[in-house]
Ligand binder design. Sequence first.
Ligand SMILES: Cc1ncc(COP(=O)(O)O)c(C=O)c1O
Length: 401
Amino acid sequence: MEKINDAITERIQAMNARVNMLKSADLYFYNQPITELRGGARVLVNGREMGMYASYSYLGLVGHPKINAAARDAIDRFGTGTHGVRTLAGSLTLHSELEETISEFKQTEAAITYTSGYATNLTVVSTLVGRGDYVISDKLNHASIVDGCLMSGAKFVRFRHNDMESLEQRLQQIPSESAKMVIADSVFSMDGDIVDFPKMVEICRKYNAWLMIDEAHSVGVLGKSGRGIEEHFNMPGSIDIKMGTLSKTIPSVGGYVAGKKDLIEYLRHASRAYIFSAALPPAQAAAAKAAFEVILEEPWRVEKLNQNASQFITGLKERGFDTLYTQTAIVPVICGTDEIAFSMTSAAQHQDVFVLPVVSPAVPPGLARLRATVTAAHETDEIEHAMDVIYQAGKQIGLVN
Ligand SMILES: Cc1ncc(COP(=O)(O)O)c(C=O)c1O
């Protein structure tokens, strides 16, 4: 076949050239094969045991015996796959039991599940808003939200990151009779900061806007029992559309929305990722259900996570690093240039601390970073050691004194 030379070819070549350049400089850290998980806080990577500081298993639930047993039992009862979409022949009792568990956990009337958090945002946003409506999104919202907004055909309005004045200004410019939905992450996935929820709720009420919150990084993290942002601010019933993922604190895969019965019934009959895509596999549904139960049965995990996050943030700041405004287990260690972020990663990984670099376009140029996370599975001395390694790397590279 003759080679086509067009914009598509150029795009492929440009990306692959960047990847190859990093690989040849030994600075490519993505997609590394993990051969074994050792207790949640440690992993075997390319035959080397490393401390894991890039995991979203915030409560250390991967491999939990009750969750593993639930998954095994589901395979014994239902096999490994659903045989189609939920609406037709793929709905199992396991799915409705999971949805009931989620709605109880999130203190709503009902819930619906999808096969990933990404698909959930895409389908829910684009089902609820469309041409002639407005969707108003924080500038640092997750890519899946941005993609859902773009796909919806609604007017896509963005406000300055976590700036409620900017949100209000945008809403003032929208005709009052138009349908509008405000969307934000509860905890921002790159910076770890928490949305100004009380003010956002107040503004949404004032302007009759629906409020959708993505709780990917707040379930198991915020609130005394880990129920999320409403519990954290003691503001039950404030969110119209509570979105979350089953792939971070919950050691499974999938996504969900919890809310009023009417909303969920509508999504079950109108959202395309539900109607036209196969259901969650039995093992994953059962594992997710068991995980929500474990969070409530073992509340020490949320407490330990909070202690670990605060040790990590305080310790890195004391060592001279800029960690932006994080208040959670996602801790950005600002490096500045992509090159410094890659060198920091290389130095840390050579000392068996598994952190990863996040560079542009995932974050703005000049704000390349290590995005480090701690979980409830880490011990105090392990965290101290990891911080010392990051500090030595920073000193060697001239990022800190
Ligand atoms: C804020 C946020 N929303 C949604 C997603 C997508 O979730 P999933 O990995 O389940 O597709 C992620 C995952 O990175 C996320 O960080």
